[in-house]
Design a protein. Structure first.
Length: 270
């Protein structure tokens, strides 16, 4: 039996990248999965977002572990749609134990529309995820664990003067505030809330022409060092999933209110 056998995890942004890796890892540890993704494009995002085929691939990978999965298309900006998607999973599995608020975008070189969209998805979307999940967790009365996906950009002021990039850093810093207040609000119910802060991860959000071009423009314009302390250029999605799996497990049962970098020493280097 895995360490998460009998538990159910609700994961946003699950169609690919870190969300997919987290779904597969938690499933391998025994959890059933409620997977949500928008599977649609947002105009300000200059790279392709996940597709319905991507979400179907996540379903197959989770099922290959022997776990069950319910997959729904929903936009985290729409709290009611998100609640409806979660309810489908609750109807199927009868419980909820783990929440991974992972959905995010990086419209770094976008204008004012990029600011609005990145705040709406990366910050309000996380708030919506917690809001729709906290009720079932509290009423269930058995505690639980939430992990909110931030970034090293939620701990240090790195980036460019583009509105989308500024919004990204603001949203990722805002997630720390959400994590800290929810950790206090939900602690009486034995619900733990932590945030995770990856450095650059080899996912479609980072490994695309637009984001690579933005990173190149920073190197040309400013003296910022965007590298890691350890001799690794980029992390893998599985590295983040491994940390999430530990945070939601009983091995971390007394860890709450913590902003955990998984960053090859990137924050410490600054």
């Amino acid at each position: 039996m895995g360490s998460l056998t009998g538990r159910v995890a609700f994961i946003t942004g699950a169609a690919r990248g870190q969300g997919r890796a987290e779904a597969v890892r938690l499933a391998a540890d025994g959890a059933d999965i409620i997977a949500v993704d928008i599977c649609d494009q947002i105009a300000s995002v200059p790279y392709p977002l996940a597709s319905a085929d991507d979400l179907a691939a996540t379903v197959k990978l989770v099922e290959d572990t022997g776990a069950r999965i319910v997959a729904q298309r929903a936009d985290v900006r729409d709290q009611q749609a998100l609640a409806s998607a979660l309810q489908v999973g609750l109807d199927a599995f009868g419980r909820l134990d783990i929440v991974v608020a992972n959905a995010g975008i990086a419209p770094m070189q976008s204008g004012p529309e990029g600011w609005r969209d990145v705040i709406d998805v990366n910050l309000t979307g996380v708030h919506n995820t917690v809001e729709v999940a906290k009720g079932p967790l509290v009423s269930q009365g058995e505690g639980g664990s939430m992990v909110l996906t931030s970034s090293v950009a939620g701990l240090v002021g790195i980036g460019s003067d583009d509105p989308g990039a500024i919004g990204y850093v603001a949203a990722k810093h805002g997630i720390v505030g959400l994590m800290r207040i929810y950790a206090n609000l939900l602690a009486p119910h034995s619900i733990r809330v932590n945030s995770i802060h990856p450095a650059g991860v080899d996912t479609p959000m980072i490994n695309n022409h637009a984001t690579r071009a933005w990173l190149g423009s920073i190197a040309e314009k400013t003296p910022q060092d965007m590298g890691n302390a350890l001799p690794v250029q980029v992390l893998q999605a599985e590295d983040i999933a491994n940390a999430v799996a530990w945070l939601v497990s009983d091995e971390a049962r007394y860890i709450t209110g913590v902003a955990l970098p998984v960053d090859a020493g990137s924050v410490n280097k600054r």
